[in-house]
Design a protein around this ligand. Structure first.
Ligand code: UDP
Length: 482
């Protein structure tokens, strides 16, 4: 049946870092453009809950009754993988196994879907949009610079190992240390997976990026006008950001809110490494000492060390100041820092914490969602990138906005020592540099809000997307009536 309003099917690849941005995109399409939305979720494990809501962290996600959340039944692709395959290759193989399930779902929907949106790992599903006469977009919950780099990857010389910075026509170059791992090793299958994604992007009707004009005007201009870039990628790029989860301070509730309310304005450092980031035991110890030696107030979302990853569930079940947690920290840390900070196991209501007036800095792995959540709240960042494009995110926000400090040695290349950690914390929380960064961060916050005004890039993008879908619906109705 042709629906009365556009029906968007959004596909999220495994991981909360992929699901959360899709949920925010859904919320925007529903509340501002009156779309009907179904989010399809791919899980990595047979044991994952079938209740979609269990996949989301226990936070006030806009009422799940607003959209449909469908977990695609688990498909086992392990036979197609080899033990040496790395994350991108594994994701690509696994996602491919779900194409038939999504096809079946799309074919059995009561209301014909109008729009298919996939993320970076779902580009192989774009051909389904042609089968069902849908508009097709890729949503990259990252920045335009990352998109520009990605579309240039097929131009690299596969015969040669990459050395030196990466030049992107019309855009800021990517410094050697910030380049994504797969690019360094053309013999690795991840390289091929990445090239395929880059080529697939060109088969979409457009690409949505979680950025806005003021943040990346030069890159967005080049993606639209640079001759070399246009020759390899001539699709529309829609800046739709900053799309971040709306804050509900009530949710903070109880003890944590009371504690934050009692702290002086902008005096607390929030420490977190995204939805899955973990540190080694040695690095956790150094961080704990760095925090303690800085004598700054803090909230630290602590995870089991990389070496003890499987301990997550038990760890999660424990109270924040419990015995299990103390085993992961230097002896006596919790007692000595009792009046200074809070250690929260596994997961915290991050957007709410960052929006609280007592927060003055964020020690972050610089995942793009975390980075944006910091920027929209005017909070400066201590960058601690761990993987994926996080080094690039840190570089972008440092060089373009001046609201980030980065350690001398990249955390991806070695252990950061307690002295340096202490210095970085004091610099952001107490020094003049930190005060200046905070002033700049407040300016960024203002520009981020402007993206959603009538003249703003984000509102314009969403209006265009909505118009394109309305036009497709009109065509479908016309065809159906013939
Ligand atoms: N997040 C959260 N609480 C936590 C850790 C993470 O709410 O304790 C959320 C965070 O607010 C962000 C997302 O998880 O929206 C993490 O996304 P990001 O892109 O920063 O990093 P990733 O997890 O993809 O590495």
């Amino acid at each position: 049946m042709i629906p009365t309003k556009p029906h968007a099917a959004l596909l999220a690849s495994p991981g909360l870092g992929h699901l959360i941005p899709m949920v925010e995109l859904a919320n925007r399409l529903i509340t501002h453009h009156d779309f009907h939305v179904t989010i399809f979720v791919v899980t990595m494990e047979p044991t994952a809950s079938n209740k979609p809501i269990d996949l989301l962290p226990k936070q006030p996600y806009t009422s799940p009754t607003l959209y449909n959340l469908v977990v695609l039944p688990y498909v086992d692709s392990s036979a197609q993988m080899s033990p040496s395959d790395k994350i991108m290759t594994r994701l690509a193989i696994m996602m491919r196994g779900y194409v038939p399930s999504l096809r079946a779902e799309l074919g059995s929907m009561k209301h014909n879907p109008t729009l298919l949106v996939v993320d970076l790992f779902g580009t192989e599903f774009l051909s389904l949009a042609d089968e069902f006469d849908m508009v097709k977009y890729v949503y990259i919950p990252s920045n335009a610079w990352f998109l520009a780099m990605t579309i240039c990857v097929p131009l690299l010389d596969k015969q040669a190992k990459h050395v030196g910075p990466l030049n992107i026509p019309g855009c800021k170059r990517v410094e050697y240390d910030d380049i994504l791992d797969p690019i360094f090793d053309p013999e690795n299958k991840d390289y091929d997976a990445y090239v395929r994604i880059a080529l697939d992007l060109g088969t979409a009707d457009g690409v949505l990026v979680n950025t806005w004009e003021h943040l990346e005007s030069k890159t967005l201009f080049s993606l639209k006008n640079n001759k070399i870039l246009r020759e390899i990628f001539n699709k529309r790029v829609y800046p739709v950001g900053p799309l971040v989860r709306p804050v509900s301070l009530d949710y903070l509730g109880g003890e944590l809110l009371e504690w934050l309310d009692d702290q002086p304005k902008e005096s607390v450092l929030y420490v977190s490494f995204g939805s899955g980031g973990t540190l080694s035991s040695q690095q956790t110890t150094e961080l704990a000492w760095g925090l303690e030696m800085s004598q700054q107030r803090f909230i630290w979302v602590l995870r089991p060390h990389i070496e003890h990853d499987g301990a997550g569930a038990l760890f999660h079940a424990m109270d924040g100041q419990g015995q299990i947690i103390s085993q992961y920290l230097p002896h006596g840390f919790l007692t000595r820092t009792h009046n200074l900070g809070k250690v929260i196991p596994m997961w915290a209501p991050q957007t709410e914490i960052l929006a609280h007036k007592s927060i003055g800095g964020f020690l972050s792995h610089c995942g793009w969602n975390s980075t944006l959540e910091s920027l929209v709240n005017g909070v400066p960042i201590i960058a601690w990138p761990l993987y994926a494009e996080q080094n690039m995110n840190a570089a972008l926000v440092e060089e373009e906005l001046g609201v980030v400090i980065r350690p001398k040695v990249l955390p991806t290349k070695g252990v950061l020592g307690r002295e340096e950690i202490k210095k970085m914390i004091i610099k952001v929380m107490e020094d003049d540099d930190g005060i200046k960064m905070r002033v700049r961060a407040k300016e960024v916050q203002k520009y981020a809000k402007e993206a959603f005004t009538i003249e703003g890039s984000t509102l314009k993008s969403f209006s265009e997307i909505a118009n394109t879908c309305e036009n497709r619906l009109t065509d479908q109705r016309a065809k159906a009536s013939i």
